[in-house]
Design a protein around this ligand. Structure first.
Ligand SMILES: [Zn+2]
Length: 247
């Protein structure tokens, strides 16, 4: 009887081992969103891997087989192009990247979304003017969001505004702006049409956000805080989900 028990226990162990290794090999697909975030912005390195989101038997990952929306987050400027210089002497490119990475982090685990950044470091991608829209068009992306901080010669200029170009982008811009304005808590400068090349040349709904004025002491003080950037990133994530009608 004792021998039977030992044999049964050994079999059970083997079965468990088999199930675990199966889960490891199949579960890796669930993290593909993370690897996509690491995509280098260097030209010619834009190979996009269709995310493998299938889970085999034995895996604890829920099976997701619905549509995967590709969203490009574009941190404005970078490298030799610093963008605006803030009141305290910091560069807009740094603010843009920080907020963009926070957005990507908030959405990385959502199997319904594939998030791509046009740059993940301080890369100078403005050498080729159309790099950003071409990056999005080549994917092809479903949505494009360019992140910026504003600048003006008059330091009293303040607030948050959102820009679109094609009429097809208006509803998307309004949806994102509605969420973002609550998060920044700054003056609402509205949703406006503007002929920015990243908006004009992108072939999907696109919006350019000027989250606040880095040249305004009040706006700037808030904009560098983790609290502000996290709230803004969450609001943009919510806006994306609302527009795409995701949970
Ligand atoms: Zn800018």
């Amino acid at each position: 009887m004792r021998k039977m028990y030992i044999i049964a226990a050994a079999w059970l162990s083997l079965l468990l081992l088999a199930a675990c290794s199966d889960g490891v090999s199949n579960g890796s697909g669930g993290n593909s969103a993370d690897s996509s975030l690491a995509a280098a912005p260097a030209a010619g390195n834009r190979a996009i891997h269709e995310p493998d989101r299938t889970s085999g038997p034995g895996s604890s990952d829920p099976v997701y087989s619905g549509p995967v929306y590709k969203v490009v987050i574009d941190p404005g400027h970078g490298g030799e192009d610093p963008g605006a210089t803030s009141v305290s002497g910091r560069f807009e490119k740094e603010f843009n990247l920080s907020v963009s990475q926070a957005i990507a982090e908030k959405l990385a685990d959502d199997p319904q979304l594939q998030i791509e950044l046009t740059r993940t470091g301080d890369a100078f991608i403005s050498t080729h003017e159309l790099y950003r829209p071409e990056f999005a068009n080549d994917l092809p992306a479903d949505l494009f969001i360019s992140i910026h901080g504003n600048t003006y010669e008059d330091a009293s200029a303040s607030g948050t505004e959102s820009f679109y170009y094609h009429d097809e982008s208006l509803v998307f811009a309004e949806t994102i702006h509605k969420h973002v304005i609550l998060a920044t808590g700054l003056k609402d400068r509205g949703v406006k049409a503007a002929n920015f090349f990243v908006l004009r040349e992108t072939e999907m709904p696109s919006v350019l956000l000027e989250l606040g004025y880095l040249t305004n002491p009040g706006d700037e003080a808030k904009m560098w805080t983790n609290e502000f950037q996290e709230a803004v990133a969450s609001s943009i994530a919510d806006g994306i989900k609302e527009y795409l009608q995701l949970d």
